[in-house]
Write a protein that binds this ligand. Sequence first.
Ligand SMILES: Cc1cc2nc3c(=O)[nH]c(=O)nc-3n(C[C@H](O)[C@H](O)[C@H](O)COP(=O)(O)OP(=O)(O)OC[C@H]3O[C@@H](n4cnc5c(N)ncnc54)[C@H](O)[C@@H]3O)c2cc1C
Length: 257
Amino acid sequence: MKRSIDFSRYSSIKIGPICEVEVIERIDPAYERLFLVGKANNLLLSSTPPPLAILGKNFDYIRIEENELIIGAATPTGKVVSFCKRHNIAGFEFLAKLPGTIGGAVRMNAGVKEYEIKNVLRWVRTYQGKILAKDLGLKYRQSSIDSIVYEAGFTLQRGYSEKLRQQLLALRSNQPKEPSAGSVFKNPPGEYAGRLIEAVGLKGKRVGNMAFSPIHANFLVNLGGGTYVEAMALIKEAKEKVLDKYGIVLQEEIIVL
Ligand SMILES: Cc1cc2nc3c(=O)[nH]c(=O)nc-3n(C[C@H](O)[C@H](O)[C@H](O)COP(=O)(O)OP(=O)(O)OC[C@H]3O[C@@H](n4cnc5c(N)ncnc54)[C@H](O)[C@@H]3O)c2cc1C
């Protein structure tokens, strides 16, 4: 089944064309030629992205099985947090207001501070079967996953902490309200990408309707009708200036298609 998606509405940064996207409802290696989109909270689409797919409702579920939490990859992170609160499960509090699907969070090893997916992930299921977390190259905002993840298994540990959820939410109070894809660059070792962008004079810099937020320089925000070309111009300028001044290569966290 195909579905038409307008990425200027669907993506969190509100940029992208209208595409015919394959909706996947069963595990099949034939889908591996498609680029799997979750909720597009970490994506920047050009006007000519590769062929795309999303997971359908068959992959939106949460089950407790023995000592594991098994979650379909299309499940929204917010639903996981509510489930964990209801069932007194620890380790997923950081997913509150970290927008996306479980598949996207696993692929990105999403996290807040020291709380990351890799702390709770045990395995993922791809068309090749189960792959253990230790074989997924999970590092800061990075994994070696290059297949579609259909479901994932997590450690089941009791002790949901509302206090921790509130503490992690408080860290978000300085986040810009305009559409963005979260942090545009990864933090280089021992540094903050936002600090570097500010230090080269680009905090608040605007090109057309895109800007490095004046509140948080590592957020590339859409001020309304911003485009891919404007976003890429800012990304390029920041990379060049930071390399020139500090010899540091900024790496995109955002995935450009
Ligand atoms: C306001 C805001 C705040 C954010 N804050 C944070 C934060 O604090 N920490 C953080 O880590 N991130 C943050 N992000 C980024 C984003 O929320 C995460 O990267 C999230 O995990 C992306 O999930 P998604 O479903 O939207 O994935 P997408 O953006 O759709 O995709 C991201 C990547 O995951 C892959 N992917 C998605 N689903 C699957 C699957 N089933 N199988 C295989 N690959 C898959 C895609 O192919 C792509 O490579 C933020 C974003 C926004 C907009």
